[in-house]
Design a protein around this ligand. Structure first.
Ligand SMILES: C[S@@+](CC[C@H](N)C(=O)[O-])C[C@H]1O[C@@H](n2cnc3c(N)ncnc32)[C@H](O)[C@@H]1O
Length: 205
């Protein structure tokens, strides 16, 4: 089964609030983004955004230049439906982050919760990094949440790469300067505990 088929199947199997990574609000992401002092029209991309509520919250906060990228069309369709008329204000990209070509120096903020950790092959991690380094503006921010070492080795039936701070810094490269980090426990709707490592990096190429 291809990566796209896997994720499309996942979104067709359960309502979004029963999926393992579901949180009613991505509080850490939202709080951290609000402290960055971004202009309302700063370009923000949520990579593997799925159907999560971060986009609803960012629109409510007044951000006007939001891109959501996801490999699974059903995830984007769920989010579009929930946003209704507001969905017209969002730029939608359906694609695999290891394959799409994003525009250069396009974004002030790249957000990723629970996507990068699914890339377990070095070549995929490098393709992700290539896209990240091309599309993020110098001085831009990367807010990323991955499974921490204490988390289970799989998520959504797929193996994941779990990261401690050292491994994440090494994998992303020295152009990414750590600004803050924290571990955060997530409990899935089925009651499974998943420890996340959340990091905020400044891109200094
Ligand atoms: C675990 S979910 C997290 C969703 C959302 N970020 C959140 O925190 O609620 C992973 C998401 O990434 C998407 N995804 C997985 N691999 C991807 C890839 N290679 N490129 C783009 N999206 C991907 C999936 O379709 C899914 O929506």
């Amino acid at each position: 089964m291809s990566r796209r088929e896997h994720w499309e199947g996942v979104y067709s199997s359960k309502p979004p609030d029963r999926l393992g990574w579901y949180k009613p609000r991505l509080q850490t992401s939202l709080e951290w983004i609000k402290t960055l002092g971004l202009e309302p029209d700063a370009a923000i991309i949520d990579v593997g955004g799925g159907a999560c509520t971060l986009i609803d919250d960012l629109l409510d906060e007044g951000y006007t230049s939001i891109t959501v990228l996801d490999i699974a069309e059903p995830a984007l369709a769920l989010l579009k439906e929930r946003l209704g008329d507001k969905s017209a204000a969002v730029n939608w990209v359906c694609g695999d982050i290891t394959k799409v070509e994003l525009p250069e120096n396009a974004f002030a903020l790249w957000h990723d919760r629970a996507v990068f950790h699914f890339l377990i092959e070095r070549t995929d991690q490098e393709r992700y990094r290539d896209n990240l380094c091309r599309a993020l503006r110098p001085g831009g921010r990367l807010i990323i949440g991955t499974f921490a070492p204490e988390a289970p080795p799989k998520c959504s039936g797929l193996p994941v790469q779990r990261y401690d701070l050292e491994l994440l810094r090494e994998t992303l490269g020295s152009e990414f300067e750590l600004q803050r980090h924290q571990e955060e426990m997530h409990v899935t709707p089925g009651g499974v505990e998943q420890m996340y490592l959340y990091c905020d990096f400044r891109f200094a190429p």
